[in-house]
Design a protein around this ligand. Structure first.
Ligand SMILES: Cc1ncc(COP(=O)(O)O)c(C=O)c1O
Length: 263
């Protein structure tokens, strides 16, 4: 009877774990808290989530930590019952077996037929309703295509099914604004911060297919994949450029402090 299962009434985070430490812990918890606030779910304290996560990831060389918070159990019907208390689920998953070439040589991607609906109330947060992504991901089975790009209903580029999208043109880094749909990725924010050190100007704005076809470099981000250069979209070639490579290097060089890896 949990509302997470019944209605997708909750939020989640997916974090990299290395040597028993979660990566970008504070950033993930901040987004989880922001998502809870938007949905009116009382958020579990950071300390409590940490106490519950640490035993799960202790001694893990490399894995994926998933934290799910739902509004909790309670009754049939959409109206949340009074006094319902949130459910916390902590999961450890194996490291996904993406080929190493994805980061190095880049990936081929496709444009999905599925569109993302405009819904400012949900845009940006990592809520549990992921049917649009499920429908989009069912569009292809070719193991050589690593990701699908999604447009919104007004032909604006939004993101990938599991990643955020960046375009580079004339040394300017561009990524779609996510006020109408999409997930405000943790790696997306990290990459925008790193851009200042390249240095590159960053523009968050509406982008269309013309911007994509005219881009010098294209790449995808998420917490698990890091930065994947895109070398083709539906057969249209892109080069794995020097600026994408520089951002990959800066990401790999982030200091091993509490900001990046929880100590
Ligand atoms: C739909 C969607 N967009 C974007 C992202 C990237 O988010 P993050 O950088 O926080 O992993 C994800 C991650 O799974 C996602 O599922």
């Amino acid at each position: 009877m949990d509302r997470g299962l019944l209605y997708g009434d909750g939020v989640f985070e997916t974090l990299v774990v290395e040597d028993g430490r979660p990566r970008f812990w504070l950033r993930h918890i901040a987004r989880l808290h922001a998502g809870c606030a938007r949905l009116g779910i009382p958020h579990p304290e950071e300390n409590r989530l940490l106490e519950e996560s640490l035993p799960v990831i202790s001694g893990v060389d490399r894995g994926v930590l998933k934290i799910i918070v739902t509004r909790g159990g309670g009754g049939r019907g959409y109206q949340p019952a009074a006094g319902v208390s949130p459910t916390r689920i902590i999961q450890l998953h194996p490291w996904p077996d993406y080929p190493e070439t994805c980061r190095g040589s880049g990936v081929r991607v496709r444009l999905c037929r599925q569109r993302l609906a405009c819904n400012p109330a949900l845009a940006g947060i990592k809520h549990l309703n992921r049917l649009e992504q499920v429908i989009a991901r069912r569009e292809w089975n070719d193991p050589g295509i690593m990701e699908g790009l999604l447009l919104d209903g007004d032909d604006r580029l939004a993101e990938g099914t599991m990643s955020n999208l960046f375009l580079i043109r004339n040394r300017v880094l561009m990524t779609p604004g996510l006020v109408r749909c999409g997930v405000a990725g943790i790696l997306r924010t990290v990459v925008m911060e790193l851009a200042a050190r390249v240095p590159m100007q960053v523009q968050v704005k509406a982008l269309g297919l013309d911007d994509l076809w005219g881009a010098d470099e294209v790449f995808l981000t998420n917490s698990i994949i890091g930065i994947w250069p895109v070398i083709a979209v539906d057969g249209h070639p892109f080069r794995r450029g020097a600026l994408t490579q520089r951002l990959q290097e800066l990401l790999a060089e982030l200091p091993s402090d509490g900001e990046t890896w929880l100590n």
